[in-house]
Design a protein around this ligand. Structure first.
Ligand code: 5GP
Ligand code: ZN
Length: 136
C-alpha cells in the first residue's frame, strides 16, 4: 500500500528493530515506546484496522500476542503487560495499518488507566440491548 509506513517496514524499505517475523506477521519495537520493549505486531497484508482483518488472520494472531507478551515481559523484566489496539482516529489510531500494541508495564511507571463512570439507573440494560442487536 502506497505511503503506509508499516508496509514500508514490512518491505524493509525503512528500518525497524524487528523481534518477530513469520509469513503473515511482523513484530517490531515501537519508535516512541511507552516503556522500552513496547512492540507493535502487524499483519504483513495491509488491512486498515480490526474490522478489516480477516477472521482467519485474527485467529492466527491471538496466540502470537500471547507469545510476544511473555517474551516482552521476560525480556525487559516487566511486571505487567497491556495489549492495545486503536481503531479509527477518535480512538487514537494514527497509522492506518492494523496493529496491536504490546506494552510492558511497571508498578511505578506513572501510567494511569482511563477513568470510568458508573451508569445511570436503567442505562446499562439499554446499552447492552443496543449492542446485542448486532450480535444475533
Ligand atoms: P496508533 O496510535 O496508530 O495505534 O499507533 C501508531 C504507533 O506507531 C505509535 O505508537 C508510533 O510511535 C508508532 N510508529 C509510527 N511510525 C513509526 C515508525 O516509523 N517506526 C516504528 N517502529 N514505529 C512507528
Ligand atoms: Zn500498510
Amino acid at each position: 500500500m502506497f505511503d503506509c509506513v508499516f508496509c514500508k517496514i514490512i518491505k524493509k524499505e525503512i528500518p525497524a528493530d524487528v523481534v518477530y517475523e513469520d509469513e503473515n506477521f511482523l513484530g517490531f519495537l515501537d519508535i516512541t515506546p511507552i516503556n522500552p520493549g513496547h512492540i507493535l505486531l502487524v499483519p504483513k497484508e495491509h488491512h486498515e484496522n480490526l474490522y478489516d482483518m480477516p477472521d482467519a488472520l485474527l485467529a492466527k494472531i491471538a496466540p502470537l500476542i500471547k507469545k510476544l507478551a511473555i517474551a516482552v515481559k521476560k525480556g525487559v523484566n516487566a511486571e505487567g503487560i497491556n495489549i492495545g489496539m486503536n481503531n479509527e482516529r477518535p480512538a487514537g489510531q494514527l497509522v492506518f495499518h492494523a496493529h496491536f500494541h504490546i506494552m510492558p508495564r511497571f508498578s511505578n511507571d506513572g501510567f494511569r488507566h482511563w477513568r470510568g463512570a458508573p451508569y445511570k439507573k436503567g442505562e446499562s440494560s439499554e446499552v447492552a440491548s443496543k449492542i446485542k442487536k448486532f450480535l444475533t
